[in-house]
Design a protein around this ligand. Structure first.
Ligand SMILES: Cc1cc2nc3c(=O)[nH]c(=O)nc-3n(C[C@H](O)[C@H](O)[C@H](O)COP(=O)(O)OP(=O)(O)OC[C@H]3O[C@@H](n4cnc5c(N)ncnc54)[C@H](O)[C@@H]3O)c2cc1C
Length: 463
């Protein structure tokens, strides 16, 4: 059934049957070189930090009591805070980098890196306490008291350390999965405070900075620029887009059991550069929902003045979406994601959606060139759960492709049927989206069937 406000009917660009025009501003093209340069610069920066710590020590200092421990403490402190800075940059959502790697890869790198800065910073605190105690010939506990009482900014640095350790503990997988995502997220935000508190003691006490105005200046600029990027891209740009586009819910449209499309109307949507397959973080400004933002993909390219997302209720927030009232204001952050036509390496494609993963596939399909010969595989446990299937079928028909609907329980529908459904699978780019377990299974299967890694693109519906 077509919506009252949003017409999802496909009409080829410039076609006679077009009822609502599709977006006029395509998503920006990712430039992989940006990510490569950023990686090289990050590596060079780490090398510079190690060099800085090494050159700040003299043989005489190393030979003094506690000298080697003190050097290791200073080195681990500098390396640890530098890696913490890289971690912040990985989640700062700089669009040029995000477009190439996508938020999932950036977050995965952030998580992989996480144990290093925290371990190095803890090692820094422990090593320096022992080193100073040895040099002053006092006990460790006495030294801790002396640090807090008599050294500049050491109290704030101690608070920062406690906060960092608390955040690290809540991030351990077995603990994290017991916490509500929102609780964990709120705790996580304190890392910014901890890093700011730690910064002041580094500058005041770090041997690489005391008496070295140039390194002090460079380090300060580096941290100030990182803070600037976070402020601009995590807060400023979303606020600007929210105010510029002034989105509000105009209709909730049922799509299947527990699944609804939310149609939003906004201003200047022809100026919103977005590619099919991308997602936004959506914050519905209504009681109980305004304080959290959740990621949902666009389920169609924008049709100014409308934007559409399609949501399956699986928890508190996503279920509350079905009860949104027309007129609810919406704040957005994004668009994010590298699951777009720009990732394509070959001309032909296979698009595979598990359940609600159809949303990204639906909007991506709309953005793919007409000669991409799409084979679309939609997987759901029952026929009613095949949301947006008729829209997908229409888009595929216009591209002279094929759709396969795989319906049934997991044991009935096996992903290893892929080579049977798509005999030329190895010659196509494969896009997969949906729940994590589904995506992992399909990606492993297509890699095993010989599709090269750089032709496999996926969007996992959990971050
Ligand atoms: C890139 C991306 C695109 C997505 N697109 C869609 C879409 O188009 N349609 C759709 O229905 N769903 C989509 N999702 C999934 C959707 O974000 C979650 O279902 C929703 O956030 C669950 O929140 P909840 O409070 O209802 O459930 P909860 O009970 O909080 O969580 C249920 C599950 O969702 C995960 N989750 C919860 N909150 C978040 C969050 N803020 N970010 C990431 N994962 C979370 C949890 O890890 C858990 O596994 C997408 C997810 C991602 C990462």
């Amino acid at each position: 059934m077509a919506s009252l406000t949003f017409d999802p009917t496909y009409a080829p660009h410039g076609g006679r049957h077009r009822r609502q025009s599709v977006i006029s501003r395509p998503g920006a093209v990712p430039r992989p070189v940006v990510a490569e340069v950023a990686t090289i610069l990050a590596g060079l920066g780490f090398g510079a930090c190690v060099a800085l710590a090494v050159t700040a020590e003299s043989w005489k200092q190393l030979a003094a009591p506690g000298g080697v421990t003190m050097f290791l403490g200073n080195l681990s402190g500098l390396a640890g805070t530098y890696l913490a800075l890289i971690m912040v940059l990985l989640v700062s959502r700089v669009p040029m980098v995000e477009r190439v790697l996508g938020q999932d890869k950036l977050l995965a790198s952030h998580r992989r890196l996480a144990p290093w800065p925290i371990s190095l910073i803890v090692a820094h605190a422990v090593l320096l306490t022992f080193a100073y105690a040895e040099a002053a010939r006092t006990g460790v506990w006495y030294q801790i008291g002396a640090f807090i009482r008599s050294y500049p900014n050491m109290l704030t640095a101690t608070v920062a350390l406690v906060v960092m350790v608390a955040i690290a503990v809540t991030s351990v997988y077995s603990i994290r999965r017991r916490l509500r995502r929102e609780t964990w997220w709120a705790v996580h935000l304190f890392m910014y405070l901890a890093l700011a508190l730690a910064f002041t003691h580094e500058i005041a006490l770090g041997p690489s900075f005391v008496g070295h105005p140039l390194t002090r200046f460079v380090w300060s600029v580096l941290w100030a620029s990182t803070a600037g990027l976070v402020l601009v891209y995590r807060f400023g740009l979303p606020l600007f887009r929210t105010l510029r586009h002034r989105l509000e819910v105009v209709e909730i449209h049922p799509e299947g059991p527990g699944t609804v499309s939310v149609i939003c109307r906004g201003k200047h949507l022809d100026r919103l550069a977005v590619a099919g397959g991308q997602f936004f973080e959506w914050r519905f400004l209504t009681k109980g929902m305004w304080w959290q933002a959740h990621p949902f993909s666009l389920s169609a390219l924008p049709r100014p003045p409308f934007l559409r997302l399609t949501v399956k209720g699986i928890g508190d927030y996503s279920s509350a979406v079905a009860r949104l009232r027309p007129g609810t204001r919406v704040a957005i952050e994004g668009p994010y994601g590298a699951f777009t036509t720009h990732a394509r390496r070959r001309s032909k494609v296979v698009l595979i959606a598990g359940g609600i993963g159809v949303t990204a596939i639906r909007s991506l399909l709309e953005d793919l060139p007409r000669d991409c010969d799409p084979v679309v595989i939609l997987r759901a446990s029952s026929a009613e759960e095949l949301a947006l299937a008729s829209e997908v079928a229409e888009l595929v028909r216009h591209r002279k492709g094929r759709v396969h609907e795989l319906v049934g329980s997991r044991s009935e529908v096996r992903t290893d049927r892929l080579s049977e459904l798509v005999p030329d699978l190895q010659n196509r780019d494969v896009y997969v989206s949906g729940p994590e377990e589904f995506v992992n299974r399909v990606v492993a299967t297509v890699l095993r069937l010989g599709v090269p890694k750089d032709s496999v693109h996926f969007e996992v519906y959990s971050l």
